[in-house]
Ligand binder design. Structure first.
Ligand code: NAD
Length: 294
């Protein structure tokens, strides 16, 4: 199977490498020339623009930052929808607004092209290991046909519903993660201010009901003041803004998401947008003037 892969950043590059390892033929493009050189060394065919990747492929995959980037590549600037073979399928792995996913799918349907939206969870380490969790939207027969491709990049691949359902599920994931991190930061800071070592709080509660994957990953980072991304605050602002848009369209109440989004925006304006989302702790540290320690 010949695959076009566009967007070779933190996530896209290791995902594309896993497709090469699984034996798929890859035509790739990214605006960043250094990444392209690395992909050439890994065995991919390098293209000079997005449109060129589409030549003779069975599948186009994108892993781009947000809705406008995917629309630009597929419909507006590069117009892959016009240029890709009409027998090919489109899978968007980017985390974008589900409303945009449905708009893109509707446009592609005019050309007879099927689409799956297939955002991921797991971050860079799981992208490298090929153990991402895919949440997918689209027709069941299209999902079944391309499931093995996604399984070359992930260990969990779940069909959540029609097109857009993948990104709705991803938005749920992003709300749960954001609110969890904020609760963790708030609790550790409050606990320390009340005189208990954060390390002891973590040790004592991580095996109970409050324990979580978020706690295990982010509490040590907070105590080390290590805010290397990981997942950047700015990307999480993008996701929570998409939650806001999606919720507004159906009048869903999202008070917790709104609050954490405001905290993240304050951090962004303070110059912390490129930090890992565990830097939500900084919001509390700046308010209290007290730094969390081990
Ligand atoms: P990134 O910024 O590292 O990569 C995006 C890539 O797209 C860049 O290399 C950029 O040069 C390229 N690009 C942008 N516009 C382009 C265009 N028009 N044509 C060609 N290339 C273009 O971002 P990332 O961290 O890889 O994230 C990609 C998506 O995956 C985002 O939607 C993000 O929210 C999601 N995601 C990220 C993580 C994570 O931990 N980083 C985890 C899960 C999901």
């Amino acid at each position: 199977m010949k695959i076009a892969f566009i967007g070779l950043g933190i996530m896209g590059k290791p995902m594309a490498k896993n497709l090469l390892k699984a034996g798929y033929e890859l035509r790739v493009y990214d605006r960043n020339a250094a990444t392209l050189e690395e992909m050439k060394a890994a065995g991919a065919t390098i293209c000079s623009c997005s449109a060129e990747t589409a030549e003779g492929v069975d599948l186009v995959i994108t892993m781009l930052p947000n809705s406008p980037h995917v629309k630009s590549v597929m419909l507006e600037h590069d117009k892959l929808a016009e240029k890709m073979p009409k027998t090919a399928t489109f899978i968007d792995c980017s985390s974008i607004n589900p409303v945009a996913s449905r708009e893109i799918a509707a446009k592609l349907a005019e050309y007879g092209i099927d689409m799956l939206d297939a955002p991921v969870s797991g971050g860079q380490p799981k992208a490298v290991d090929g153990t991402l969790a895919f949440m997918v939207g689209g027709k069941e027969e299209v999902f079944n046909k391309f499931k093995p491709v996604l399984e070359a990049m992930g260990s969990s691949v779940v069909l959540c519903g029609d097109v857009g359902a993948g990104n709705v599920t991803k938005l749920c994931n992003q709300t749960i993660v954001a609110v969890n991190i904020a609760a963790l930061a708030e609790a550790l800071q409050m606990g320390q201010m009340c005189g208990v070592e954060p390390e002891k709080i973590f040790e004592a509660i991580k095996g109970g009901l409050a324990g979580s994957t978020v706690m295990n990953a982010k509490a040590p980072m907070m105590m080390d003041q290590n805010f290397q991304p990981g997942f950047r605050i700015d990307l999480h602002i993008k996701d929570l803004t998409n939650v806001q848009d999606a919720a507004k369209a159906v009048d869903a109440p999202i008070p917790l998401t709104q609050m954490v989004l405001e905290m993240m925006k304050i951090l962004h304006h303070d110059g912390d947008g490129a930090c890992d989302h565990s830097a939500l702790l900084k919001y509390y540290q700046k308010l209290t003037g007290e730094v969390l320690h081990h």
